[in-house]
Ligand binder design. Structure first.
Ligand SMILES: [Cu+2]
Length: 150
């Protein structure tokens, strides 16, 4: 037992160091000028869960300048955004049961926030992913890329 103990302590120290090194959450702010404050985020696959907190620093109501955060393959972004228009605000401008949507927050207005988590294991290394806002007319500007890291 005595021989193994230092090895175990070392191993545990190594593990906790790893957990601290991986950034498993991100905070993204949006505003009344139809902008996100980030154009790219990194999602480490070493995280069991990755958490996104979306904030709206503006004052405008969600039916006028609402924002959400939607994650899809980059190739699916356009289709998800246009199919979402008809879904309306109550459905966060996303078609019900849209399998192309990997994760999303609800639509929020000024002063509000919403937090979601998803498993990075859903993302494949080498595939191109993007995040965007599916509020009608916003995805042309409100979008960014997602880097899948180790
Ligand atoms: Cu928006």
């Amino acid at each position: 037992m005595k021989v193994w103990k230092p090895a175990l302590v070392l191993m545990m120290a190594g593990l906790s160091g790893q957990v601290m090194a991986a950034n498993c959450s991100v905070e993204i702010s949006s505003n009344d000028a139809m902008q996100f404050d980030k154009t790219s985020i990194s999602v480490p696959q070493s995280c069991k869960q990755f958490t996104v907190k979306l904030k709206h620093s503006g004052k405008m109501a969600k039916n006028i300048m609402g924002h959400n955060w939607v994650l899809t393959k980059t190739a699916d972004m356009q289709g998800v955004a246009s199919d979402g228009i008809a879904a309306g605000l109550d459905k966060s401008y996303l078609k019900a049961g849209d399998a192309r949507v990997i994760a999303h927050t609800k639509v929020i207005g000024g002063g509000e926030s919403d937090t979601i988590s998803f498993a990075p294991s859903k993302l494949k290394a080498g595939e191109a992913y993007s995040f965007f806002c599916s509020f009608p007319g916003h995805s042309g500007i409100m979008k960014g890329t997602v880097q899948v890291t180790k």
